[in-house]
Write a protein that binds this ligand. Structure first.
Ligand SMILES: Cc1cc2nc3c(=O)[nH]c(=O)nc-3n(C[C@H](O)[C@H](O)[C@H](O)COP(=O)(O)OP(=O)(O)OC[C@H]3O[C@@H](n4cnc5c(N)ncnc54)[C@H](O)[C@@H]3O)c2cc1C
Length: 530
């Protein structure tokens, strides 16, 4: 007989709900917001707490050098080397720190795409299927943008709720130069609550402390501010913070989740619900499922396909600072995008990805992001780099690979095996950026690579865009979730964070997670009503 890999939970169920949601980030928070008006009893279990409003929120030293808002977790790479993953455990999840660039995937991303390192698989739904939920997510998260400017975007049924965030003079200059050079720059879709009317009526002060910082004035459209906070005080929604979900137990047949085991303030609690939704982030959702192995699910809950934890992706990204002769006084720089290299063709064998502007560098952030490179650099030289720098963010699609995977050891520790893909495409995109700099008058100047999210200098520690690990699909042998994001092998278990992605495309993932959470939420409303 097979040895039971984990001890059984002896359940003393603390409380029963209609729906339990694990994690309050882009997926879980948005789902709670979608379900709450129905009146169903919802338990939102969040490992973290509300992120404290304090001056450090906008202080690059604590944020980038000390990593004040990064979890203290230790994960292990394929060689067993420990690293500190850059994950964020707060109400709102990673969106508390995100740059709020809220992009739709392109229609082509929903089909098969040939890449240098293989074929990116098709989704079980098309862009057109997804479009209504993208629109709902853009309106919920109050995205500023202008549909119709980017030639690679898909059809849209409704314009953004707000006009785009205006370019500051240096970015406008770059945009004009790109247009003159035959490129197609567009206003990046931004989830910042900035009202540029005269006089302005919003809290947003158009600062430089957005991308990678929590918003001190609560003017960033994150999952806390937009989705979770408005639910506080609703009698049917119970938010429990500092509640870390450890594992799940099922009925004897292994078809129904009957208990959600939580550690809170050192105590063990067990909750139950008719429907259980995991949305703990791609790595942590896989961890919960793998830790929930039982006799019925010996390789982990919902893991008969051996796909849980596999196909981890996080983009092949590069941040680049181009140093111009003239100072760059831009404050909010993240207003411009360029998709001219998103698809193959026009002499390119492969799709290369997208180019965006990034939050403006400052000396402390450079020190935090590149501690080795900047160790002996005097502060004035970093200030000069930051003053003259124009920051770009290059995103190339990362391929789902079965060997890029999350596993969990017997002590419950996360192991992340990861090898980058599509390096050739990422290099080609960087080459294209160098060409672009010709058009914006920065050809002869310095270009400095910086690994924006890689403060630890360990590429896999950069978990900002983590996705995959529980992909959805129609075939239970090759996917974990069905088209509604319900586990194939269970009747009442769903996953709605970025782990459902079969491929990641080459744009930021949050809007797709939000749109999908609304989609799954509407499915659950129909299911519960029936
Ligand atoms: C610095 C930074 C910048 C980014 N910029 C952008 C951007 O500009 N645009 C964009 O689209 N994306 C951006 N992202 C990525 C984006 O934030 C994520 O893709 C998105 O938040 C993922 O949503 P999710 O629901 O999968 O996970 P999350 O939003 O991380 O939510 C997971 C939640 O689960 C909780 N949790 C984890 N484990 C447990 C457990 N065991 N029990 C209970 N709760 C648990 C966590 O605390 C968290 O609240 C950025 C991320 C970072 C870190």
């Amino acid at each position: 007989m097979r040895r039971r890999p984990w001890p059984a939970i002896v359940s003393a169920v603390t409380d029963h709900y209609d729906v339990i949601i694990v994690g309050s980030g882009a997926g879980g928070g948005t789902l709670a917001h979608t379900l709450a008006p129905s009146g169903m009893r919802i338990l939102l279990l969040e490992r973290g707490d509300f992120l404290t409003r304090e001056t450090d929120n906008w202080n690059p030293g604590p944020v980038f050098v000390d990593g004040k808002y990064i979890s203290q977790d230790t994960w292990y790479d394929a060689d067993g080397q420990p690293f500190q993953p850059q994950v964020h455990y707060f109400i709102g999840g990673a969106t508390k720190l995100y740059g709020a660039a809220l992009y739709r995937l392109r229609p082509a991303d929903f089909g098969e795409i040939k890449h240098a390192d293989g074929v990116s698989p098709a989704w079980p739904l098309s862009y057109d299927d997804f479009e209504p939920w993208y629109t709902k997510a853009e309106w919920l998260y109050q995205v500023r943008g202008n549909h119709g400017e980017d030639p690679t975007e898909g059809h849209w049924s409704k314009q953004y709720p707000w006009p785009p965030v205006s370019h500051e003079p240096r970015v406008q200059q770059i945009s004009n130069a790109l247009s003159d050079g035959g490129y197609h720059p567009f206003h990046a879709p931004c989830g910042i609550l900035l009202d540029e009317a005269d006089p302005p009526v919003s809290e947003c002060v158009r600062c430089a402390w957005c991308d990678g910082y929590p918003c001190l004035v609560h003017a960033k459209a994150d999952a806390d501010i937009i989705a979770v906070r408005p639910l506080l005080g609703r009698p049917n929604v119970n938010l429990v913070v500092n509640a870390r979900v450890e594992r799940m137990e099922t009925d004897p047949a292994g078809r129904v989740v009957t208990g959600v085991e939580v550690t809170r303030e050192g105590e063990r609690e067990v909750y139950s619900a008719d429907i259980v939704v995991i949305s703990a982030g791609a790595a942590n959702s896989a961890r919960i499922l793998l830790r929930s192995a039982s006799e019925r699910h010996p390789e982990g809950l919902a893991n008969g396909s051996d796909q849980v934890g596999r196909n981890y992706m996080f983009h092949n990204s590069n941040a680049v600072v181009a140093l111009g002769r003239e100072p760059n006084d831009t404050v909010f720089q993240k207003t411009l995008g360029l998709s001219d290299f998103y698809l193959a063709g026009n002499g390119r064998d492969w799709p290369l990805g997208s180019i965006q502007m990034l939050g403006k560098s400052n000396a402390m952030a450079l020190k935090g992001e590149e501690p080795k490179l900047t160790r002996f650099a005097p502060r004035w030289s970093l200030d000069k780099v930051a003053r003259h720098g124009v920051d770009f963010w290059l995103t190339t699609e990362d391929m789902p690979q079965p060997g890029n995977r999350v596993t969990v050891d017997r002590a419950g520790r996360v192991h992340l095996a990861y090898r980058p893909t599509n390096d050739e495409e990422a290099r080609a995109l960087y080459h294209e950026l160098r060409q672009i700099l010709n058009h914006v008058g920065m050809a002869d100047h310095h270009v400095l690579d910086k690994n924006f999210y890689m403060r630890m200098n360990v590429p896999i520690a950069s978990c900002a865009h983590q996705a995959g690990t529980c992909r959805f699909g129609t075939n239970p042998a090759t996917s974990v979730l069905d088209v509604n994001c319900k586990a194939h092998e269970l009747d009442n278990l769903y996953v709605v964070d970025t782990s459902f992605f079969p491929s990641i495309g080459a744009v930021n993932p949050a809007l797709t997670a939000m749109a999908n959470a609304i989609r799954v939420g509407e499915h659950l409303l129909r299911r519960m009503a029936a």
